[in-house]
Design a protein around this ligand. Sequence first.
Ligand code: NDP
Length: 342
Amino acid sequence: MGTSTVLVTGATGFIAKHCIAELLRQGYRVRGTVRNLSRGADAVCGAVSRAGLDPTGVTFVAADLERDDGWDAAVSGCRYILHVASPFPIEQPKERDEVIRPARDGALRALNAATRAGVSRVVMTSSTVAIMYTATHTPGHIYTEADWTDVGRAGLTPYMLSKTIAERAAWDYVWATPGAPELVSINPGFVQGPALDGDLSTSLQVQKLMGIGAYPGAPAISFPISDVRDIAALHVLAMTHPKAAGERFLAAQGTASLYGIGRIIAVALPDLKSKVPKVELPNVVVRAMALFDTRLKAVLPELGTTRICSNMKTRELLGFKFRSAEDAIRDAAVSLRKLNMI
Ligand code: NDP
């Protein structure tokens, strides 16, 4: 049981709300940063209550990744920080700096404030997108924490760049800064698992779109899959585990294609069989469609490529046991049904 105060940045987010619930279960005191105090606090407390926990002790501070004010007040008195906040838009912005700047500068704002306040350890939510897009892809290569996305590689989306640049900046900062906190990165795949409320992250919005019939056919793309309950538990474990300091942890279990995700949804909720993608679209068709639908441009470099990730380090160093990708996808679908969203 923990008694320290933990700061969770971006408390309104899908992963952050599960982190807060897990911290409360383990007896920690929690402070969250939000952009809008009254709206954010209500949303987080509502979600935490729906998880069966008492949100009374959770406190909130206003802080924006793009502004200096609020960060010192947010970290004051905290022993640990879970730095989860970062923009995760469903559509890529025209201007890539719209996501890179808050991701990178926000991480540095949190770390600088942490150093000033003498915080022990910061656990940062990175992503497998900061790992998998190496300069070249050799078929059969198994991606691990030793791999880094090459930011000079063609075809990376602003979001992929934002996660890679922000994680790099965080490591560079702690290596160069005397008195900086210990850093750990958790690198999830496409995060599924139950939503605590209807404010859906991009990863669950994609499920929702599949469940309401928005994708009659799916491009042939696949993702490593994570369960939000595992990701929250890993953040909290990595916060105190003696072997976690200074390490990256790849946090995905299995891989699923968009079409495969649809199949799992249809098994969990058979009435959606006619809504989920019925076919995997040939790559040539997707390339042609992307001429008219610019949203599809983001998937073009990955068409037909399956990237396999290893979570061996996370399992062995932290003794962590992952839920299956199928459980994560099914439980996401069931939660969206309970929320009347599909
Ligand atoms: P959400 O969109 O649900 O949460 C994002 C959070 O970041 C929100 O609280 C949002 O606040 C906050 N945020 C965004 N921009 C700013 C800003 N300028 N200043 C302050 N806060 C900001 O996404 P997830 O919970 O899914 O993602 C959380 C983290 O996990 C992100 O770092 C994401 O990159 C990472 N991740 C997510 C994966 C997934 O599949 N879901 C996969 C791998 C990594 P507000 O509510 O005010 O908008």
